[in-house]
Design a protein around this ligand. Structure first.
Ligand code: FMN
Length: 192
């Protein structure tokens, strides 16, 4: 089993990344499982231009670091999208990544091609926010769900942590880090 983790924060070793690293600890406890981390902030990914090119070909016309990511996403068994909440939504790095999957939306909904949709592959959102707002994750969740649908991934249970702001704040939230390790273990054993 191969799990792809997409880190969407520009802050290295920040709260969302720490949460993701804990999920990876759980995944790696299980034999024959591999984890790959992609840090979006290190890549050059242009925003979708809305050109409509993918409507005809199901392929994005832009060639940049996203080109290799399409295949990595196609090949993974589960996809974990990791983001801090910025203005009640995903980080810009994540949103740019998500929008480029318009090519996959076109493949599914315009070309009618379903992709590995009978394998119970999951998409999962991990997110952290500074505030305790009731709706603070709503925007990110809606975007993530729409992405997972376009990719023919089942939307798995997300892990969302409120009230963590400064880098390292999540270290004081031991229960969430523990929950993240359990999530990784369960994901890798098909129990999540
Ligand atoms: C540009 C920006 C916008 C933010 N907007 C929100 C917000 O709308 N609601 C919130 O609760 N926290 C907000 N935050 C705080 C981050 O979500 C929070 O610090 C998060 O834990 C950072 O995760 P990271 O360490 O992985 O980057 C914002 C932070 C930044 C830098």
């Amino acid at each position: 089993m191969h799990i792809l983790i997409i880190l969407g924060s520009p802050r290295k070793n920040g709260n969302s990344e720490t949460l993701a690293r804990s999920v990876a600890i759980g995944i790696q406890e299980i034999p024959d499982t591999t984890v790959d981390f992609i840090r979006l902030n290190d890549l050059r990914i242009s925003p979708c231009q809305g050109c409509g090119g993918c409507n005809k070909t199901s392929t994005c016309v832009i060639e940049d670091d996203m080109t290799a990511l399409y295949e990595k996403v196609d090949l993974c068994d589960h996809l974990i999208l990791v983001s801090p909440i910025y203005f009640y939504g995903l980080s810009a790095q994540c949103k740019t990544f998500v929008d480029r999957f318009q090519a996959r939306w076109a493949r599914k909904y315009l070309s009618g091609i379903r992709f590995r949709n009978n394998e119970q592959r999951q998409g999962i959102l991990l997110a952290t926010a500074a505030t305790e707002g009731k709706k603070v994750f709503d925007g990110a969740l809606l975007t993530a769900r729409t992405l997972f649908d376009a990719l023919d991934l089942e939307c798995g249970e997300s892990l969302l942590v409120r009230g963590v702001d400064q880098r390292g704040a999540i270290q004081t939230q031991a229960q969430y880090l523990k929950q993240a390790i359990t999530m990784g273990r369960e994901l890798a054993t098909g129990k999540h």
